[in-house]
Design a protein around this ligand. Structure first.
Ligand SMILES: C[S@@+](CC[C@H](N)C(=O)[O-])C[C@H]1O[C@@H](n2cnc3c(N)ncnc32)[C@H](O)[C@@H]1O
Length: 374
């Protein structure tokens, strides 16, 4: 095992070192200065833009305000407009990653038990345990931005997301794809089931689709994921909903062993490189999961079984993939399309004309493709 990365910074009595935490797999900043309530937003912005991190010693709420002030300064910078949707997408990703780098430069020290020894600091111990696991006994340093993400995730996990089709709430864990945009769940709720005997749910995430199939009366469901956080999250949700016996959760790359009359998959839908490990639920480099699902499907369907591929055409509107490519991939996998259900996304960004990807978002359609082996 490689030892965890560390961060070293100068204190008045000499250099100090602590474990570096970054769920986005960002390397520890090389230049670090100590900052506190006297640090102005302009100097924080300048330092952060140059790649110098600010290790915070002041009031926690002031650090939050400083982060907001730096965010406003970044937002004031004029945005380059892309000539095509693909240009707009690439520029948007570039801007997002530059922003993430700059905003990740305000750092908060965490005690060995995840406590924060700063004035007006919230108690983030439970949020940290949920995201990082039990405290390891080392003091550490994390960006304020990541920490706020952890706090937000902890709130969502507590509160849950209402899933109308399920008549229940699903509680997403940190780093697990959250079904906040629930329209695809409605597609799975309304498409006629080919069988009530058995189904596979490939890449189950929070377990939301497995839960829905269980509610619809499918007697046995085997749900897979590769990600340990997703597996733990799905197990917890299904047990809470009373489907712990009906749904078996297994760690697998795509399919479990055997064949089923229904195999459902909602893969990440943007064929581009994720900027961090947390983006793997949305970004599927080289369409690896999509193609893996299509190419393995015929071997995991019973005769006359159906594969349900749930995928949005957002990537097509961005120019990252064409409809012809998808149809050719289906054909090449020995599958034919026996039906398709479509739904329009309801999420607020689809009507936000200031969003740089507005054109693609406004045209987006999510489909459930019913596939059979030829
Ligand atoms: C877009 S999310 C969908 C989650 C869930 N099915 C839903 O509809 O909310 C895709 C999921 O696939 C999982 N995944 C990615 N590659 C996988 C693979 N090769 N095998 C199994 N699961 C995978 C991810 O961890 C993630 O949970």
């Amino acid at each position: 095992m490689t030892s965890p990365a560390t961060l070293t910074w100068p204190e008045a009595d000499g250099p100090r070192t602590a474990r570096w935490r970054s769920e986005a797999a960002v390397p520890p900043p090389k230049r670090v200065v100590v900052a506190d309530d006297r640090t102005t937003a302009d100097s924080a912005y300048r330092l952060a833009s140059e790649g110098t991190a600010l290790l915070w010693h002041g009031d926690f709420q002031n650090a939050r305000q400083l982060l907001q002030a730096v965010t406003r300064r970044l937002e004031r910078k004029p945005r380059k407009q892309g000539a095509t949707p693909l240009d707009a997408f690439n520029l948007h990703r570039q801007t997002q990653s530059q922003r993430a780098r700059t905003l990740g430069m305000i750092l908060i020290p965490l005690d060995a038990d995840y406590g924060i020894a700063l004035r007006r600091a919230p108690d983030v111990r439970q949020a940290c345990i949920e995201a990082y696991g039990p405290a390891s006994g080392d003091a550490s340093v994390v960006s304020l931005r990541e920490l706020l993400g952890l706090i937000g995730a902890h709130e969502w996990r507590k509160k849950g997301v209402e899933i109308a089709a399920l008549g229940e709430r699903i509680h997403p864990h940190y780093g697990v794809f959250s079904p906040v945009r629930g329209e695809y769940v409605d597609l799975v709720a309304r498409t006629p089931l080919p069988s009530l005997e058995l189904a596979f749910d490939i890449g189950t995430g929070t377990g939301v689709l497995a839960a829905l199939l269980a509610k619809r009366g499918v007697r046995k469901i085997v749900a897979t994921d590769q990600d340990s956080r997703a597996l733990a999250c799905a197990r917890e949700n299904l047990a809470r909903l009373g489907y712990g016996e009906q749904v078996e959760i297994v760690q697998a790359d795509l399919f479990p062993d055997g064949r089923a009359p229904l195999v459902v998959c909602n893969p990440p839908w943007v064929p581009a490189r994720p900027a961090s490990p947390l983006e793997y639920a949305v970004y599927d480099p080289d369409s690896r999961m999509l193609l893996g699902f299509l190419n393995g499907l015929a071997n995991h369907l019973t005769p006359d079984g159906e594969g349900w591929l749930i995928i949005s055409d957002f990537a097509e509107h961005l120019g990252l993939r064409t409809r012809e490519w998808l149809l050719a991939a289906i054909d090449h996998a020995g599958l034919s399309v026996v039906g398709r259900e479509d739904i329009r996304p309801r999420h607020p960004k689809a009507s936000d004309q200031n969003d740089p990807l507005y054109v693609a978002r406004a045209a987006e359609l999510t489909s459930l493709w019913r596939l059979k082996a030829r």
